[in-house]
Design a protein around this ligand. Structure first.
Ligand code: IVH
Length: 665
């Protein structure tokens, strides 16, 4: 079979299997077989990039980063919903409907879970996803097509895709477990946490680099179309069945309700079920089922008359702040934690809540001894909403941030303009212990048997003091310890041995550099193909990388230039630790070992494209004409860089020559 035909066949096969896996939860081939087919598709596309279509599964991994989001006007506005807060409001909603319709017999309803995520519109033409956008202000949203293509449960091609244009709407969201894991990574990297699934979904979709979105565990459920009348369906229930037949994921807790009494009892059922779902719902959306009734009811300015969102009560409780602890994190950040009188918040006992930092305490005006309102935000992290000021009796005490480290007594710093108070002492035992725990954890090298407890034990016994020490552990050190034996010592040593060749990105993420989490680490791996060149990178080199900001660049360079860190790397080397660069056979690559720089204005390529080409071919990009540079590519009106490169005798290519070179392979 010719490869173009095969590519088409692979696209269809992969779409079918991905649908079975992500939408129907009914796979018929193994992950390995899927990967195999995917690899075959990638190989053909690599040879023939001109054959890549907008529904190619390869777009699921991200594609090229954008410079900025462009705007998309929705052909028909995306409306919002009015809120209801319980049975009385639902009955009043039905009263309003009947009055508006001038009729006595109540309509039938469809009740759907209200998903806590971000509303998006997906446009399919000829069955192929051609555009995806955020709701924005309802009239105009942002074009996030590339980002949405990475969401596995969004079909890139519909099952029966003959109709000209279909605009579907639904919610993109993150599962609770995905959010907890993501926040774990962010906490480890010293990045701010997402307070709820909606923020996490929005933050993940609004990434200019879709490769970052691709790494976030997002899901999608469809709940409607822009124009129900053109679907040929008579009611919302038929519409959802129709959309499911097209391969779009429909939530399984949607319920047909012949009357309002059923709606109300379903609301109670859904409220009880809510904690068992893998994702967060914040209420139930009630829709008049019949489309002709919907059309008669029409809309008000921002919301339709035929639907309402009935919200669950917030999960809150009151308790008292007993005292405040100050914890020193891996990066030295000192976090105040309120120790609470234990209280049941919606089925979960809460006895601590983070107060984030001194500014936050001041903003909320909290005192020790205060009675406070706590809630589980997005059902994930307990937080203090406010102090109940009326309950104060004068015994409350002001919460004062410490001025010296509670662990090592080193004076603390609070840089101007930053909210975080930090212990700057890199030898602070708290920081060292936390780094070790992170290094061995799932977010780090994932060394089985070296969980938090074991690492704490080994640290206290001074068997490990810095990261490389892990690789010098001996069997006799471990087997005689309390709670250990021959077998567990052997297992841990085997795991440690296996961790000597991590991928470069995993290793970098494990180091716990400030602001460098898993995502940044893989950006770094993609741009630097060895640990050595990463260590030598300058801030200018790093900010060249799309998706990597000044702050991250600064802290990365600061980290690697610290003499103590350099010493640590010598020790890593002695231990035989060798991070590997995955999936890149550097030797075979055209630009391996080459360090390029573009100057002047390019006519055929954007800077981003040009840089991507260099990286895809194994080359590196630098920011100035230095000794390291091997080749300068010049566009129109090159500046002083050309002269300097000529003086240094560097190789010079025009844009066309560069393109010819790259396209020659
Ligand atoms: S229907 C005109 N159905 O709730 C119909 N919305 O405040 C408007 N939402 O922006 C939307 N689950 O993000 C609908 N099953 C569902 C929903 C749902 C969540 C969100 C959606 C919308 C917001 C309305």
């Amino acid at each position: 079979m010719d490869s173009r035909k095969r590519l088409e066949e692979l696209r269809l096969l992969l779409a079918e299997h991905s649908q079975r896996y992500y939408v129907l939860d009914d796979p018929v081939i193994s992950d390995g077989e899927y990967d195999h087919l995917f690899q075959e598709l990638l190989e053909i596309e690599e040879k023939h990039p001109e054959w890549i279509t907008p529904d190619s599964p390869s777009l699921r991994v991200g594609g090229a980063p954008l410079e900025k989001f462009s705007q998309v006007a929705h052909r028909l506005p995306m409306l919002s919903l009015e809120n209801a807060f319980g049975d009385q409001d639902l009955l009043a909603f039905e009263d309003r409907l009947l009055r508006f319709l001038h009729q006595d017999d109540p309509p039938e309803y469809l009740a759907e879970p209200k998903l806590d995520g971000l509303a998006v519109e997906l446009v399919y033409e000829g069955g192929v996803l051609i555009q995806g956008s955020t709701r924005g202000n309802g009239e105009v949203g942002e074009d996030i097509t590339a980002q949405l293509r990475t969401v596995s449960s969004i079909p890139l091609r519909l099952r029966k895709g003959d109709r000209a244009r279909l605009e579907v709407r639904g919610e993109v969201f993150m599962e609770r477990a995905g959010l907890v894991a993501l926040n774990g990574q962010r906490a480890a990297a010293g990045e701010p946490l997402f307070a709820n699934p909606r923020n996490a979904a929005a933050g993940s979709l609004r990434q200019l680099d879709p490769a970052i979105t691709a790494q976030r565990p997002l899901r999608f459920f469809v709940y409607g179309v822009s124009e129900p009348s053109v679907s040929g369906c008579r009611n919302q229930q038929e519409l959802l069945n129709f959309l499911a037949d097209l391969g779009l994921p429909v939530n399984s807790h949607v319920r047909f309700c012949p009357d309002m009494a059923t709606v109300i009892s379903h609301f109670a059922e859904l409220a009880a079920l809510r904690h068992e779902l893998a994702y967060e719902i914040d209420g139930m959306v009630v829709k008049v089922n019949d489309f002709s009734l919907q059309a008669r009811l029409g809309s008000k300015a921002r919301a339709p008359r035929w639907a309402i969102a009935c919200k669950f009560p917030a999960i809150q409780a009151t308790t008292r702040i007993i005292t405040v602890d100050f914890q020193v994190g891996r990066t030295g950040a000192v976090t105040p934690v309120a120790i609470l009188e234990p209280v049941d918040v919606g089925g979960v006992m809460v006895s601590r809540a983070t107060l984030h930092n001194g500014d936050e305490i001041e903003r909320k005006g909290l005192h020790k001894g205060d009675t406070v309102l706590v809630q589980r935000a997005g059902d994930v992290i307990p937080e203090i909403v406010k102090a109940v000021v009326e309950k104060r009796d004068g015994s409350e005490e002001v919460i004062v941030m410490p001025t010296s480290c509670p662990v090592c007594s080193h004076p603390l710093l609070k840089p101007e303009g930053e909210a975080v108070t930090r212990c700057p002492n890199p030898h602070c035992p708290a920081q060292r212990l936390r780094s070790l725990v992170h290094f061995c954890s799932k977010a780090g090298l994932d060394i089985e048997g070296l969980g938090k407890k074991s690492v704490e034990q080994l640290f206290e016994l001074k068997l490990i003091q810095d990261l490389p020490d892990i690789f010098f552990l001996k069997k006799e050190d471990l087997s005689s310890l309390e709670g250990w034996g021959e077998k567990s010592a052997e297992n841990v040593l085997a795991a440690v041995n296996g961790a000597k060749t991590p991928s470069l990105s995993r290793f970098v993420a494990a180091l716990g550099i400030r602001h460098v989490g898993e995502v940044t680490a893989s950006l770094l791996e993609r741009s630097f193909h060895s640990l050595e060149s990463l260590i030598q990178a300058t801030v200018d080199d790093l900010v060249e990388i799309e998706g990597l900001g000044e702050q991250v660049a600064q802290s990365t360079v600061e980290y690697f230039s610290d003499p103590a860190v350099q010493q640590m790397f010598v020790k890593f080397q002695q231990a035989g630790v060798q991070p590997q660069v995955e999936s890149l056979d550097k030797k075979k690559l055209l630009l391996s070992g080459e360090v390029l720089l573009f100057t002047g204005s390019l006519k055929k390529l954007s800077r981003t494209e040009a840089k991507k080409m260099v990286k895809d071919h194994g080359g590196e990009i630098t920011s100035g004409v230095t000794k390291k540079l091997t080749c300068l590519v010049v566009g129109e009106k090159p500046g002083s860089k050309l002269k300097k490169a000529q003086e240094l005798g560097k190789k010079i290519l025009t844009e066309d020559e560069f393109l010819q070179l790259v396209e020659s392979v």
